[in-house]
Design a protein around this ligand. Structure first.
Ligand SMILES: NC(=O)c1ccc[n+]([C@@H]2O[C@H](COP(=O)([O-])OP(=O)(O)OC[C@H]3O[C@@H](n4cnc5c(N)ncnc54)[C@H](OP(=O)(O)O)[C@@H]3O)[C@@H](O)[C@H]2O)c1
Length: 263
């Protein structure tokens, strides 16, 4: 693809071969973005790239990478450093563990953290310098409502999504004057392959959202420049109430002495 000569904006999407990432790819191509699509399944990426570029007249490049693999991640980081034309990074790639924590293999736990946490933080950092050169530079991080619901799922996956939420909120503060926009999206159960890959039957899950509806709603939040987008949450005041309560709690933390109940 001719990134340096194209006048179109350029987005990089991780986990773009299926599900939420592939749907972002479709929607961003329709919005006139050139794309770099990243995942492990190179054949699927090439197929999607050909389809999106012929349907939308944009340049789409497939980049095969396993984000749990240090060398593979570094090669993607090099691509990002060498491509300051990227104005939007969508950190979407993620997976779940088959089974609960007590049944999980330590290597699987480590890989999940590399994918859901480490790669997301590293790619965000590497992309920053290029993103800052665009007036509309942005990062979209895909978390999960499980970031707010530790009781529901596997501890490692849930905590990895809490990382994505807190990380993005913290970036919003640290880089408030950078001109960059950071959005964190919290989907609930969404109909994608992630469930079957994790050995879970989505038909047993109540309230499943279709992936098109999820991504279209998340992009409405993006256009509004919402810091936190929770597509299934019907009453947004419930989020504001939680966030206000958290902010109020934060004000109580700077104390030289322990609370009386600890004495
Ligand atoms: N579906 C839901 O109910 C739901 C709810 C909340 C949050 N989410 C989050 O949404 C994001 C997208 O998930 P999805 O539901 O769309 O699942 P999905 O259909 O399984 O898609 C996951 C994507 O990540 C890629 N991926 C997986 N492991 C990778 C690796 N090691 N290196 C590079 N790419 C890798 C996959 O491609 P390859 O296999 O080709 O590598 C695929 O493109 C994830 O972060 C997930 O946690 C999903």
């Amino acid at each position: 693809m001719s990134q340096s000569t194209s006048s179109k904006p350029l987005a990089l999407i991780t986990g773009a071969s299926t599900g939420i990432g592939a749907t972002y790819a479709d929607r961003l191509a329709k919005r006139g973005y050139d794309l770099i699509l990243v995942a492990r399944d190179g054949a699927k990426l090439e197929q999607l790239a050909a389809k999106l570029s012929s349907e939308n007249g944009v340049s789409v490049r497939a980049f095969r990478a396993d984000l749990t693999d240090a060398a593979s991640l570094k090669s993607l980081e090099t691509l990002i450093r060498d491509t300051p034309q990227i104005s939007l990074l969508v950190n979407n790639a993620g997976s779940i563990l088959p089974g609960g924590f007590k049944d999980s293999d330590v290597e699987d736990i480590d890989n999940l953290i590399r994918l859901n946490v480490t790669s997301l933080a590293r790619l965000s950092r590497v992309a920053l310098d290029g993103l800052k050169t665009h007036k509309d530079g942005a990062i979209i991080n895909i978390a999960s409502v499980l970031a707010l619901a530790a009781e529901i799922s596997d501890p490692v996956y849930t905590a990895s999504k809490a990382f994505v939420l807190t990380f993005t909120q913290s970036l919003q503060v640290e880089l408030a004057n950078s001109g960059l926009y950071f959005q964190v999206v919290l989907p609930a159960a969404t109909r994608t392959d992630i469930w079957a890959k994790g050995g879970k039957n989505i038909e047993e899950v109540p309230g499943v959202m279709e992936v098109d509806e999820l991504v279209d709603a998340a992009l409405v939040g993006f256009d509004k420049k919402e810091p936190v987008t929770i597509p299934p949450l019907q009453d947004e005041n419930k989020w504001f109430a939680l966030d206000n309560a958290r902010q109020a709690l934060r004000m109580e933390f700077l104390q030289s002495h322990a609370a009386p109940r600890y004495k």
